[in-house]
Unconditional design. Structure first.
Length: 140
């Protein structure tokens, strides 16, 4: 089987993709909400993997899978994301939304250099997906 992503590290995007995909569990709520239809997995600088799923609920209540995985990471006292990927219920890789991109960057300054798994087996650094930082003056 050909790897989904070309990797140089020990734990790569194939493993993160599989970790995220294993958490998919689409559930519909009685109020037309959807949960577990997107899952994310991230790798920290300490080698730990954290996962999370999305909750898409009425009245703008809910959060993205990346938020869930990041909050789990922070709960464990970690703040640095080396790699992150999100997977939709179809198995397709999703790029992080703007809110998720900003969250990743604000949780830890070094996260601006983390790698993001993208569709079509591409990988990009967060800094390439979040140019023209509004907070650049704080990082000087």
């Amino acid at each position: 089987m050909k790897p989904l992503y070309k990797e140089v590290s020990i734990l790569g995007f194939d493993e993160l993709y599989n970790a995220a995909r294993s958490k998919l569990n689409t559930t519909r709520t009685t109020r037309n909400g959807k949960m577990g239809h997107v899952a994310a997995a991230l790798l920290t600088d300490k080698g730990n993997v954290y996962t999370g799923v999305a909750l898409d609920l009425p009245s703008s209540i809910g959060f993205c899978a990346e938020h869930n995985a990041i909050s789990t990471m922070v709960t464990q006292g970690e703040y640095r994301v080396d790699k992150i990927i999100a997977v939709y219920e179809s198995g397709n890789v999703l790029p992080p939304c703007g809110r998720c991109r900003e969250l990743i960057s604000q949780v830890g300054d070094s996260n601006y250099n983390c790698e993001i798994g993208l569709p079509d087996r591409r990988v990009a650094k967060l800094k390439d997906l979040l140019p023209e930082r509004w907070d650049a003056r704080y990082l000087q």
